[in-house]
Design a protein around this ligand. Structure first.
Ligand code: FE2
Length: 371
């Protein structure tokens, strides 16, 4: 089905509303994100706010909102998700002008429903309408319509103030992109899902020649919505001499899911210096990476010494350059991690760094005995 001009506007998206992780201990995860990542305590729901089966802590930095949810009961979806996947992303929530229409348009095109349009009401602050559809693995998109709501986060939430937490952000601004790992030969299925069901376009394709080292390989396609605010790269493993990092993820996550979230900053050196000093672990890059860097990327504003000090990678495309760095997995399983990215004109994803990056990942995989 080829979308018509009219069709391509069927799912207007204003922004990423939030990303929800299902985790083993939401209270401690919230403490980690506030103290290590400079997120601000924002909202809370649980028994005290009338919610009986879960607690959620919401943390925020500029436009980045993370929800950390744990189950209070045995055997519900949250508990099962954590038992199977470990800590991981359950919900990629998209802010839309009309959550009912978003659900109707996507389910009409073949999406499986996760949540029929539902109204969450607050006595004084108005209402939020949410709906949702299923994605790869156990991951979902929800659509959030909050134009008639003035309260904290969502109805049933109260302001969360954690006085013991050091309140200082680290300059993180917005979710730049969210990357999925899907199974063997499943990338095109999900590319087609985003094209047909959500009206997205495939803006960049990387094949296994672009993304391979001596040992492992993967393929990736980047899907973007019409206004370019929302970008979802989708990876699948490719054959190599040894186990692909995507296979390691799929083995330890027990299925498909979100691999990494990229968070933007306008001063990556300062942000990474802060994050490192607060205990966030990053992948390291060999000194040799920096020897030929300027020949490859041309003149840049930052000094090579400071980039080298913090293991920051650089790549250039036709429109400018970007700086990026990747954390080690943030939980106990080798699954979800974060990227920090600063764009100076470049709209791409750091193709020139893939080799150095994947070799760095392989060094960690080898330490775990999973290469
Ligand atoms: Fe990325």
């Amino acid at each position: 089905m080829k979308p018509t001009q009219k069709d391509s506007n069927f799912l207007p998206i204003e922004a990423t509303d939030y990303v929800e992780f299902y985790v083993g201990n939401a209270k401690q995860s919230a403490y980690y994100f506030c103290n290590a990542w400079g997120m601000m305590p924002y909202a809370y729901c649980g028994p005290e706010t009338g919610v009986r089966d879960r607690v959620s802590y919401v943390v925020k930095q500029d436009k980045i909102v993370l929800v950390l949810t744990s189950s209070l009961v045995n055997g519900n979806d949250i508990a099962k998700h954590v038992a199977k996947h470990g800590d991981g992303v359950k919900v990629l929530a998209l802010r839309v002008p009309d959550a009912t229409k978003a659900w109707k348009e996507t389910t009409k095109r073949g999406a499986k429903s996760y949540l029929k349009p539902s109204t969450l009401k607050s006595k004084k602050e108005g209402k939020v309408i949410v709906s949702g559809i299923q994605l790869y693995g156990d991951t979902v998109h929800t659509f959030v319509e909050r134009k008639n709501y003035s309260g904290v986060f969502l109805p049933n939430y109260e302001v969360w103030t954690a006085h013991c937490i050091k309140l200082q952000d680290v300059g993180l601004q917005v979710i730049d992109h969210c990357v999925a790992n899907v199974g063997w030969n499943k990338m095109n299925k999900w590319v087609s899902f985003y094209e047909k069901i959500m009206g997205f376009k495939n803006i960049i394709t990387f094949d296994d020649n672009d993304i391979s080292t001596e040992y492992t390989a993967l393929m990736s396609k980047v899907m973007s919505n019409g206004n370019g605010y929302i970008k979802f790269p989708i990876n699948e493993p490719a054959k190599g001499k040894k186990k692909s990092q995507i296979e390691e993820y799929l083995d330890f996550y027990y299925g498909e899911g979100i691999q990494h979230l990229a968070l933007s900053t306008n001063n990556i050196i300062e942000t990474v210096a802060q994050l490192k000093s607060r205990g966030v672990d990053f992948l390291s890059v060999p000194d040799s990476y920096y020897q030929s860097l300027l020949q490859r990327v041309g003149t840049i504003d930052e000094s090579i010494e400071s980039l080298k000090k913090y293991d920051i990678l650089v790549d250039r495309d036709d429109e400018g350059y970007l700086l990026q760095i990747f954390t080690k997995p943030i939980g106990h399983r080798p699954t979800v991690f974060f990227e920090i990215i600063q764009r100076k004109g470049a709209k791409s994803f750091g193709k020139g760094n893939f080799k150095a990056l994947f070799e760095a990942i392989e060094r960690e995989q080898a330490k775990r005995g999973n290469l």
